[in-house]
Ligand binder design. Sequence first.
Ligand SMILES: [Fe+2]
Length: 180
Amino acid sequence: MADKPGRFDHWGVGLIHTFPNEGSARGKVVIQPGDIIILPYCRYVVDPIHLDIEDGHVVSIEGGLDATLMREWLKDGEEFEGDRDPYALSHLGWGLNPQCRWDSIALFGDAPERSRAASRCFPGNFLFSTGPNSQGGGKRTTRGHYDVPMRDCTIEIDGQIVVKDGNLTDPRMIVPRERR
Ligand SMILES: [Fe+2]
């Protein structure tokens, strides 16, 4: 939801994100055991996935079972031969919500309606994703959509570290968890 066209605001969930400029993302991503494939599987990763990213797209997915799951899902999202949309980088950001728990799937099970918000928004996770960007003002509407909250990452923006080894650095972003 948003009050202006061309963007969406994740109000109330506790998630900051943005979309990379088209074609600009590049580098390597290693998804580690304990990171979560919250979309589509609601599953903890069990073995590392090595991704190479060039010109805004994932160009290589290597590893074991989790790499195979990712390759197959994104391949299944292709709508025509050579469709690269499922491999495009989508929203990137980090979680802030102290009531969201990394271990929510272990505690409460993997029902999507229960775990998806909690697992995307736990404080200090780096939320990596591929696929559609229509909610960020772009034109991609692909079904090949992967969302991966990652632990223990460091996030730097314009020379400023905002998350260090999975921990929020600015006290203004840190809210104590309410224990019930
Ligand atoms: Fe997503």
